[in-house]
Design a protein around this ligand. Structure first.
Ligand SMILES: [Zn+2]
Length: 526
């Protein structure tokens, strides 16, 4: 992509930043432990503005000690939890790692595949999907360099987030609620506590072959009644994390904190800043507990901490239910429409459905992209004819670049283009959502702090989820082989010039896409 998309201000900022940071070569002090440590904390469904809603001393401390990426974004579609976490774990895009959403339709067979249900995650089905993609993982590249190192992923009740984060990890630990029906399938059926059909309980659970030390998996304090209130899911996640950490001390720890997303859906996210502030105060306290554990173990100074989210959240100023959507779209789609991505019963109807959407002129739903087979045998997304007529070349190119992150046999047949803060489908009582192609969904927080990271820097680099693993590996002195993302060199005190060049090439492209999304959000439809 040509440099014409690279905004002059960004070039200047990047150069100034690098100029300021270029100095004498690093002079690392030897540490008693040969391993660099890493913690990645994913606050699920967290908008960057949430971090300003209340004093959050631990997150503020990490920001002071590191780099805040103000223009961090998801940088891919579909913007929901499974693909986001798979991308963080692998440094590859959904078009490669193949976990494109919670479920999808396989283009070749027409079969609907749904490996993210809790019952399937805990028997390894989601993990198997990702393993079959043959993509690199954070864990495997780290362990190739440090064979004795331990990698673990933990979290709460979002099993599908933790299992994806924990691809190739030594241990995976999440919360599970066995129901009477699940008990029949329970491979722990000899364990009365787990197998108890009496009422719903939260129990620690894992993935076959990735069992954590038995003390954390059977920790009696992690068996609780299932009526979790706001913030309790994050407390459970950190209790489990600390239980595992005490036994295992993994060099790499990947954590999902689920409640900001869950209650963002329930409260409407940014529409209820008071309750979101309470959730963030609790998240900050949980992160503080982890930081305290690292300090007590004498490991804090050699640990890189990364805090981010898998996607943002929008509150619906307006809501489009199925009754508001064009008939052919509702009739042809597989299952209920939730958000901008749609699989059709008959994929060959995608063009016709896109034209029906364009003809219907539903307020707030201003266009559609269709998946087409490309000449090289792969797939691409192209605007419907009425949509193309509304878009400038730059806008058309930007949407296509973003949609092509999931272009492949599993990618959705259709993407809907909607105005900002418009909820599409789902249940009307869900007040917040994040499945549209808008900046409010794409914009996420990203803080990177620790050894080798400049302190107190604010970067404007358009950092994507796919850049996190390469950047973390670079900070740990490991080449991120085979990954799609770029190394975010603003996070490095002494970046390799080749990494800076690669990042600039990608940044030009993605900055331009961000500008299109931000402008569309500010103006409504083009
Ligand atoms: Zn969500």
């Amino acid at each position: 992509m040509s440099q014409r998309f690279f905004p002059a201000g960004t070039v200047l900022l990047l150069l100034v930043t690098l100029g300021c940071l270029a100095g004498p070569s690093p002079n690392p002090t030897p540490t008693p432990d040969p391993f660099p440590y890493l913690v990645i904390l994913v606050i699920d469904g967290c908008r960057p503005e949430y971090l300003d809603l209340a004093p959050l001393p631990h997150l503020e401390q990490l920001a002071r000690e590191g780099v805040t990426f103000e223009r961090a974004w998801v940088g891919q579609v579909v913007s929901n939890t499974p693909p986001g976490h798979a991308t963080i774990a692998t440094g590859t895009l959904p078009s490669r790692h193949g976990l494109v959403s919670f479920w999808w339709k396989e283009a070749e067979t027409g079969e609907v595949v749904w490996p993210t249900r809790h019952e399937d995650v805990r028997v390894g089905e989601e993990t198997a999907i990702l393993e079959a993609a043959g993509v690199p993982t954070f864990a495997s590249l780290y362990r190739r360099r440090h064979p004795a190192a331990l990698v673990a992923a933990t979290g709460g009740y979002k099993s599908f987030a933790v299992a994806a984060l924990g691809l190739d990890a030594d241990a995976v630990l999440f919360a599970y609620m066995p129901s009477a029906e699940n008990v029949r399938r329970d491979r722990f059926s000899g364990n009365e506590e787990r197998a108890s059909p009496a009422g719903w309980r939260v129990v620690p659970e894992t993935v076959p072959g990735q069992e954590p030390p038995v003390g954390s998996l059977n920790d009696p304090t992690l068996f609780r009644a299932a009526d979790l209130g706001p913030g309790d899911g994050d407390v459970w996640a950190m209790d489990a994390t600390l239980a595992l950490w005490e036994e295992m001390r993994p060099q790499v720890l990947l954590v999902n904190l689920p409640d900001v997303d869950r209650y963002g859906h329930a409260y409407g996210g940014p529409a209820d800043p008071e309750r979101m502030a309470q959730l963030l105060v609790n998240v900050d306290a949980q992160i503080g507990r982890l930081i305290e554990a690292y300090k007590a173990a004498g490991l804090y100074e050699q640990t890189v901490f990364i805090v981010t989210s898998d996607h943002g959240m929008i509150a619906g100023d307006r809501y489009l239910g199925e009754g508001d959507l064009p008939g052919p779209l509702v009739e042809e789609s597989i299952r209920a429409i939730v958000g901008a991505h749609v699989w059709l019963r008959d994929s060959t109807q995608a063009g016709a459905v896109a034209e029906a959407i364009e003809r219907a002129r539903v307020a707030g739903l201003w266009g559609a992209y269709v998946k087409v087979e490309a000449e090289d045998g792969g797939f691409r997304y192209r605007p419907g004819p009425g949509t193309a007529a509304q878009l400038s070349d730059e806008e058309a190119w930007a949407y296509e670049a973003l949609l092509n992150t999931v272009a492949g046999p599993r990618g959705p047949d259709l993407f809907l283009l909607t105005e900002e803060n418009l909820l599409v489908g789902g249940k009307p009582e869900i007040l917040g959502h994040h499945n549209t192609l808008t900046w409010g969904v794409q914009h996420i927080p990203l803080i990177i702090a620790g050894p080798g990271v400049p302190q107190g820097v604010v970067s404007q680099a358009p950092a994507r989820l796919v850049d996190i693993a390469p950047t973390a590996l670079a900070l740990l002195g490991i080449e991120p082989e085979g990954m799609d993302g770029a190394i975010l060199t603003d996070a490095l005190l002494h970046p390799d010039p080749a990494w800076v060049r690669r990042e600039q090439e990608q940044a030009a492209l993605w900055w331009a896409v961000q500008e299109v999304l931000i402008a569309a959000g500010a103006e409504g439809s083009p």
